[in-house]
Design a protein around this ligand. Structure first.
Ligand SMILES: Cc1cc2nc3c(=O)[nH]c(=O)nc-3n(C[C@H](O)[C@H](O)[C@H](O)COP(=O)(O)OP(=O)(O)OC[C@H]3O[C@@H](n4cnc5c(N)ncnc54)[C@H](O)[C@@H]3O)c2cc1C
Length: 438
């Protein structure tokens, strides 16, 4: 590998060097919080975009285009003169020398020095160590996952149109989703919308309403982080779209043709399903293990890094871990936690570099959680206030439009939502990968 030393350019010379790893919510908001500060920021990510993960399911189900939820990071930050955006994967950390090793494009490798480091590497799917779950189901963490799932969903309907064997056609039209959290619920709802509304009258060999959409969760109710009343409302809304909600059910096997589940009594059933979606578990990205090895930080059971109250690593006050990868006071893996903790780390770094008093412990301001269940129905919780149905959906709409990055994206997203939610159509259905027999 060619080895070069990163040069952040002359404007950086002599300034406090803040390196931020990850251009998700944590890293991007930390970067933006430093825009008026006399520091030299380097933002490194293995992708070239900032991903709005909460709307991945809308790319997978043909509502939004990739650009609307994954704008290019350097475009977002083009007016921020003190930041250099760099594509590359952090492969090693030397906490004593205060350097990162970054594998870049074209098999290059470079060393990037820092004075302060913010790590915001996020989570990745966890298959609980089961290789066949990983191999034979589609996860939902990256833009590549969403496009692959889009190809599977729309490809399955295409395959069903030309399949003459009723059993095999039924398997193409069976969509099994594992995990009853917001991602699983939103996906199930939108596949239900496709089958019952958006694709009506398009096929000749079958009626899309024949599609079976199965949502499995091992817990006793879906959306377990919401109030029980909202879980019930979401279940009813899904059932209205023809989704079968199966709780207290454990997935025991997934293969190229089917999914096998066991109920509470242990009795197993195998279901032929060509589309199998994994929305069940997450664990910290591999970067967390590098951080732990370099700094001696503790990792919890899902690999997240234990941080001190100000989001820095105990004994390494110049290294911060924020967002999903941070283990602090049981805070959940939410976009708002990542944004606020990213900003907090940035402010702490600036205060220390100036010799001012640091802001102290990170305090999360809870802005609630929400999940869209169908075309015009959502559930939302905010400090004891529980919203559902159309009112919940309006709250969902306002919050998501507010947090989408860039005016242009908000505008085109609003148009796509109009087309989908009022007109019942899906604009983004082109697929490249054709359905294959596994
Ligand atoms: C499908 C889905 C739906 C969600 N829905 C909601 C929701 O409705 N509401 C909500 O609040 N939250 C939701 N979340 C969670 C929310 O998206 C996360 O809490 C948030 O993205 C965390 O931000 P982060 O910056 O910590 O990590 P991320 O946004 O995951 O960003 C991590 C970044 O680090 C980069 N990275 C990782 N390792 C390396 C490396 N070694 N080198 C270089 N770069 C690296 C990755 O490429 C990535 O860009 C959802 C998540 C998913 C997956």
């Amino acid at each position: 590998m060619a080895r070069t030393h990163a040069n952040n350019g002359d404007p950086a010379a002599g300034r406090h060097r803040v390196v931020i790893v990850g251009s998700g919510f944590g890293g991007l908001f930390a970067t933006k919080a430093l825009r008026r500060e006399p520091v030299a920021v380097t933002l490194i990510d293995a992708t070239n975009h900032h991903l709005f993960q909460p709307l991945l399911y809308q790319v997978a189900t043909g509502i939004l285009s990739t650009g609307e939820i994954a704008p290019v990071t350097r475009e977002i930050l083009r007016r921020q003169r003190n930041v250099s955006v760099q594509l590359g994967e952090v492969t090693a950390i030397d906490a004593d020398a205060r350097t990162l090793t970054v594998a870049g494009p074209q098999a290059t490798e470079r060393t990037v020095p820092y004075d302060s480091l913010i790590v915001a590497g996020g989570m990745t799917a966890s298959y609980f160590g089961n290789a066949s779950f990983e191999r034979f189901s589609q996860g939902m963490k990256t833009i590549g996952d969403a496009l692959a799932l889009r190809a599977q969903i729309f490809g399955a309907f295409e395959a069903a149109e030309v399949e003459s064997d009723p059993g095999r056609r039924a398997a193409w039209l069976t969509f099994a989703i594992v995990g009853g959290g917001p991602t699983g619920v939103e996906l199930a709802g939108q596949i239900g919308e496709l089958a019952h509304r958006a694709l009506a009258r398009e096929y000749r060999a079958f009626d899309p309403e024949e599609a079976k959409i199965l949502l499995f969760d091992v817990g006793e109710r879906i959306l377990p982080t919401f109030a029980p009343r909202l879980s019930r409302k979401a279940t009813t809304a899904l059932e209205r779209l023809g989704v079968e909600v199966h709780t207290d059910v454990k997935v025991t096997d997934i293969d190229a043709e089917s999914i096998t589940v066991a109920d509470a009594s242990g009795s197993e059933r195998r279901i032929a399903a060509k589309t199998r979606i994994w929305a069940a578990g997450v664990r910290a990205a591999p970067l967390a293990a590098l951080v732990a090895a370099a700094t001696g930080a503790q990792q919890d059971r899902s690999g997240r890094i234990a941080v001190a109250a100000d989001c820095s690593i105990p004994g390494r006050p110049e290294v911060f871990v924020v967002g999903d990868m941070m283990d602090l006071a049981g805070l959940p893996g939410l976009a708002e936690v990542a944004m606020q903790s990213g900003r907090h780390a940035a402010r702490t770094i600036v205060a220390r570099a100036r010799g001012d008093r640091a802001p102290g412990p990170f305090r999360y301001r809870d802005l609630g959680t929400m999940a869209a269940v169908s075309r015009t129905s959502a559930v939302a919780s905010f400090r004891g206030l529980h919203l559902s149905g159309r009112i919940g959906w309006l709250a969902w709409l306002v919050v998501h439009l507010t947090f989408l990055t860039g005016f242009k994206n908000r505008f085109t997203t609003l148009i796509h939502w109009g087309i989908t939610f009022i007109g019942n159509a899906r604009e983004e259905r082109a697929i490249i990968d054709l359905p294959q027999e596994d």
